[in-house]
Design a protein around this ligand. Structure first.
Ligand code: AMP
Ligand code: AMP
Length: 358
């Protein structure tokens, strides 16, 4: 464990506060923390307090102009005085960055920060999943190689903004130019774009929880995304689409709950186990807590994985209260925010907090 984190933990007593940035899955995390009896602290952007006052789940709100202020010594000191354990989510990756989290954050974080770094680097992430034995979409090394429908992503981008489809090098350059003109990406980002085979099928996002304390990977829930405007393009007749030369984009707006055909579960459960096993090899001690596989299921029921998130995803918000799969195991309301809090509570009780934070 990092020396700074170990030193911080030594100053903590059992009266832990659960903290996170006010966005993404914060309500899910805070509700879970409350249900398990924790105090909560929200680092919130000015103006967004409205959320955390209408849903009164944060005992303390620390107002900031920018989420990066979480790294300020004064704020970190305040959090440490409250014995805070931070729960990372998508806004940590997007607005703070994994380098900063690894180097400048001395407040203990639930989960394995190194894996967040693997998550945010497309090449590293690809290696993790391939070495785990999962099926991935083909990559086109350069726009010249595009010989099939491709989805173009740019480095580090999250949430699908600015992604576009191309079926040849000509359409790649034409649409790339349009994306630059619209301000969705820079010249440099287009140059370093990640060009992936577009998998035709349906998108399925499966969430898991790996318990360090029980050495078990729980299959937690499933969702699909609601993306603007890829998910509503079918409402515009094909003639108009052609006339307007519509270029679908994939900006995430929300999530929709799902259950899976039961005969797909064995494979999804095995996939979760494989990813956990490989994570132990690439970044000890491996996955701590939530993770999510982003997949497409083809018409022959082949499952292709195009991404992994090594933390809670906002798709688990569809399970606040209970997700059907979590209910099957727990027989009571259970959802990702609560499962995280439960693990921290058990870790405190058994004096193993050091095993679930980095
Ligand atoms: P936000 O704080 O809403 O800007 O979200 C932080 C990051 O997480 C952004 O990069 C978003 O694209 C991503 N994100 C937010 N909500 C969701 C969601 N419901 N599903 C997937 N990604 C999300
Ligand atoms: P991501 O930022 O990688 O989570 O991708 C955002 C969205 O783009 C996904 O939710 C999918 O709708 C779509 N997508 C990404 N990669 C692929 C792929 N290889 N094949 C089909 N759709 C994809």
């Amino acid at each position: 464990m990092d020396k700074n984190i170990a030193e911080t933990l030594e100053t903590y007593n059992q009266d832990i506060t659960i903290g996170t940035l006010g966005s993404h899955s914060a309500l899910n995390i805070f509700k879970g923390a409350k249900e398990e009896g924790f105090k909560t602290v929200c680092v919130c952007k000015k103006g967004d307090e409205i959320v955390y006052s209408r849903f009164p789940l944060a005992d303390e709100i620390i107002r900031v102009n920018d989420f990066k202020e979480l790294l300020d010594e004064k704020i970190q000191d305040k959090l440490k005085k409250m014995n805070t354990v931070l729960i990372p989510h998508g806004s940590f990756n997007a607005y703070i960055g994994t380098e900063n989290m690894l180097k400048k954050l001395s407040v203990p974080m639930f989960g394995n920060k190194s894996l967040l770094h693997w998550e945010t680097n497309r090449e590293m992430q690809r290696k993790w999943l391939i070495d785990a034995g999962l099926k991935l979409p083909k990559m086109f090394k350069s726009p010249e190689d595009i010989n099939n429908l491709a989805i173009v992503k740019y480095p580090g981008a999250r949430g699908g903004k600015g992604y576009f489809l191309a079926h040849s090098k000509e359409s790649f350059y034409k649409k790339g130019r349009e994306m630059i003109n619209k301000g969705h990406m820079s010249e440099d980002e287009l140059k370093n774009a990640h060009i992936q085979e577009y998998i035709i099928g349906v998108n399925i996002y499966t969430s898991y929880f790996h318990s360090m304390l029980n050495n078990e990977t729980e299959f937690f829930g499933v969702d699909k995304r609601y993306e603007s405007f890829a998910d509503n393009i079918g409402r515009i007749p094909a003639d108009e689409q052609i006339e307007m030369s519509i270029n679908p984009t994939y900006t995430i707006v929300g999530n929709i709950p799902l259950t899976l055909r039961e005969s797909l579960l064995p494979e999804y459960i095995r996939m979760g186990d494989k990813v956990v096993k490989q994570a132990k090899k690439i970044a000890t001690p491996g996955i701590i807590g939530p993770f999510c596989l982003e997949t497409v299921v083809k018409e022959n029921l082949d499952i292709v994985t195009f991404e992994i998130s090594a933390r809670i995803v906002a798709g688990t918000n569809v399970g606040i209260g209970t997700s059907p799969y979590a209910y099957l195991k727990y027989g009571e309301k259970m959802y990702m925010g609560r499962r995280i809090a439960k693990e921290i509570k058990n870790a405190v009780k058994t004096d193993r907090l050091k095993d679930v934070v980095t």
